[in-house]
Design a protein around this ligand. Structure first.
Ligand SMILES: [Zn+2]
Ligand SMILES: [Zn+2]
Length: 383
């Protein structure tokens, strides 16, 4: 028998712990363990989507899936998750990550794996966008992770930086409740502003060329969004909700997901009002939604591009990083999401030729670090 076990320091003995008890450098089994868990969640999630398509998939997406391709991909994901889990178990003293990845894979296989049958009758009704979440995880990490690795503003900032889990919860929940968020965005305008619609005007807006409709939506939404955002900063009761978004002390594509549900719902619902009243075409509104989602994620990213030629026209990462800056000179600046000219007009433009040194909320009450604490924070009585 080897003597080495007896000489191992405590933290190096094989064990299972939910705390990170070992370094996370490459070669320590942490990266393979995290990748195994993420792929395991992806695989198991996809299997659940096959089992319960009516309640876990978006009706709009169901028709578009190339099912044989998804099955082939699912097969590869499950094999990769299992192998990475095994690698992590071999390399790492703390077996929790590797065993979790392997367990998720085995559960997915026991529930049918890549040959799982599509169960249940497809019907429309309440659903969780699990398929939407899985597509988002794949799409965003395929684009933004390599981008932030190759062109980082802060090269020392790891992908799995401090508080990445809490931001991933925001990312996951906003995708899962896509149906609720869509209703909360569209319904208030439809109920409260139906009287303001004029058939002639809506007909005119719909008949405009697509690029003009798109630009008009961009300008009107950002104008509305600018003032909603500014009010969220200056009215104390609203700031308690918006402070959650500013509590992130690192910037990357995932940090942008950290938005209190009330903040997200109110901002989107009010920004939709001009679009509803003017009645633009569905395709122009859809194109705008795709644009806002991509731009809102990109402006938080840990990328070093300054875009000096673009900065007067369009909101860039540097512009929005300054909105999140912890320095006093940048407080309550740069409210626009698309058009910096709005901040210039309303006197809140701030964009020096350097990057902020730190992010987060300088003074004031501290925001809790966990998701539930952050959800409850605005409702708690101010002390
Ligand atoms: Zn803000
Ligand atoms: Zn932000």
């Amino acid at each position: 028998m080897s003597e080495s076990g007896a000489q191992m320091p405590n933290e190096q003995r094989p064990h299972i712990s939910l705390r990170t008890t070992q370094t996370t450098h490459f070669g320590q089994g942490w990266v393979s363990g995290v990748a195994s868990v993420l792929l395991g969640v992806l695989g198991l999630g996809a299997v659940f989507c096959f089992h319960f398509p009516s309640v876990l998939t978006m009706p709009q997406l169901r028709q578009l899936y190339p099912v044989p391709w998804i099955r082939a991909l699912l097969h590869l994901v499950l094999i990769a998750s299992f192998l990475l889990g095994a690698i992590s178990v071999c390399l790492r003293y703390n077996k929790a990550l590797g065993l979790t990845g392997i367990t998720l894979t085995l559960m997915a296989w026991m529930l049918g794996g890549s040959s799982v049958a599509v169960n249940g009758e497809l019907r429309d009704g309440p659903f969780l966008g699990l398929d939407w979440l899985l597509l988002n995880v794949i799409g965003y990490s395929a684009v933004f992770v390599p981008m932030e690795r190759v062109f980082p503003l802060r090269p020392d900032q790891p992908i799995f930086r401090r508080q990445w889990r809490v931001d991933l919860i925001y990312f996951a929940i906003s995708a899962l409740i896509v149906q609720v968020m869509t209703i909360l965005t569209l319904k208030p305008a439809m109920i409260l502003f139906d009287w303001a619609r004029n058939p002639r005007l809506t007909q005119l807006a719909k008949s405009l060329p697509f690029p003009i409709q798109f630009l008009l939506i961009l300008v009107l939404s950002d104008l509305t969004q600018y003032w909603v955002h500014r009010l969220f900063h200056v009215i104390p009761v609203l700031w308690r909700f918006h402070a959650i978004h500013h509590s992130a002390d690192v910037m990357d594509w995932l940090a942008g997901s950290r938005l209190h549900l009330v903040d997200a719902a109110v901002t989107r619902a009010i920004s939709y009002v001009p679009m509803y009243i003017l009645g633009f075409s569905e395709s122009a509104i859809f194109a705008y939604v795709v644009w806002v989602v991509i731009q809102a994620t990109f402006i938080h990213a840990n990328v070093r591009w300054q875009f000096s030629w673009l900065r007067p026209v369009l909101v860039t990462p540097a512009f929005h990083h300054w909105h999140h800056s912890a320095s006093s000179e940048a407080v309550d600046k740069n409210f626009a999401v698309h058009l910096p000219v709005l901040d210039w007009i309303f006197g809140s433009y701030y964009l020096p030729n350097r990057w902020p040194e730190s992010y987060g909320i300088g003074g004031g009450p501290k925001v809790p670090e966990g998701f539930l604490g952050q959800f409850a924070h605005p409702f708690a009585r101010a002390r």
